[in-house]
Design a protein around this ligand. Sequence first.
Ligand code: PLP
Length: 480
Amino acid sequence: MINEIKRLESLARTLDMDADERTILLEQVTAYSQRFLDDIPGEPTYSSNDSREIYESPLTEEGINIDQALTLLKNNVDRSGINTTSGRFLGCIPGGGLFPSALGDYLAAVSNRYAGHVFASPGAVQIENMLLQWMASAVGYPETALGNLTSGGSTANLLAIVAARDAYGVEGAKLDRSVVYFTEHVHHSVDKALHMAGLSRCIRHEVAVDDNYRMDAKKLEMAIVSDQMAGLKPWLIVASAGTTNTGSVDPLPEIASIAAAHDLWFHADGAYGAFFVLCPEGRTALGGLVSSDSLVLDPHKTLFLPYGSGAVLVKDGSKLYASQNWEAAYMQDIPDNLEEVSPADLSFELTKHFRGLRLWLPLKLYGLAPLRAALSEKIHLARYFHDRIRQTNGFEAGPAPDLSIVTYRYRPPRGDVDEFNLRLVKAIQEEGRVFVSSTRVNGRIILRAAIVSFRTHLDEIEETLDALKRNARHLIEKDH
Ligand SMILES: *Cc1c(COP(=O)(O)O)cnc(C)c1O
């Protein structure tokens, strides 16, 4: 038996690398990362390359060396699909990925602190709670607010909706009569969250939008009143604090008063937009956020973090706690600490990555000022882009941007407008220098530029405008 244990031990011990082995890995990974970051300005924003080498290199009993692993990454991962680290990438909602965040992840993984419970790592929990308190105070939430760092906005929306469900006791026979209000521009993760929360039987009332794609508050109130008269139970309003599609901010102050007057839970989905409260222009656009009952923010969008960071806040934190705090025999040695609430009591996630560090490190190293400036800059760039599009022959601009997403489209002299715009966006994406995307609003194809990355500055915007004009001209010439 001892011999067998020793034999196994000698192989198992290779898992625990010594300093020299670690140095080799660190040097190679550092060199690779430096090259990756230095090369960003020249790299395409999109590559259709779909190599199958990952499948052709299966997991085997013996490992490969770091060079080989990095080559696989470089050829198969880093150079295929969309490149969201590029400042010329204006599709989806790209954050860019602040470098110190990568180091935060690294440190969190090295020390492997258990950030779920205050007993396990008081410091890690303090970091998480301090970040959430900072977010809460940035939107003006009182000290009663509690929250959680999540993997992203979808998880955060789910936690908020479940807390709202539990606070209002929406279950059983009530389900079929309970009504949820949002607009057609609500993020699909809200619909998914309702589904996952067992709320599919609730009635969804889609409220009309105005010309700026914002929820029409009058129509919201009318809908609530008529639903009440029909014997239904209006329960939840999900407002978008910046829609993904067009960046529009629903009229939050009006929605807040309507929610208060009719006793509805007011959830604000600010996965894209909420962090703009950190700059003056955004703070103006987002007035009323403070009156929401719960809020979602995505640091991996508008705090420029790499993917894997969302956050939920619930103004009356006891409602989130009541909804997520659970007991289990194998956790009985962990004492309750009501001074410092544990993340695991505010989420369905128990063991999770020490997420706080990837946010805390960049905020501490940079300070807040450059982040505020970058957010202001994005809003100004969006306004500038919108002005320039309006003045460019052949293009028509959508409404003035509320935050940093601009919608527009090209009007060709003849032919199908939707089809032309789809071809235009495809031509630009295939060219690979800049990346803009299309969407459908009111049944029409429109183009959008999401100006979010911390690497997007005036030069990248000028290049995007040039690419739009150049490609539109080419297509028109081809059609002749
Ligand atoms: C991105 C987004 C979400 C979903 O967030 P993930 O982080 O992608 O899960 C939800 N709502 C809005 C408004 C978003 O922009």
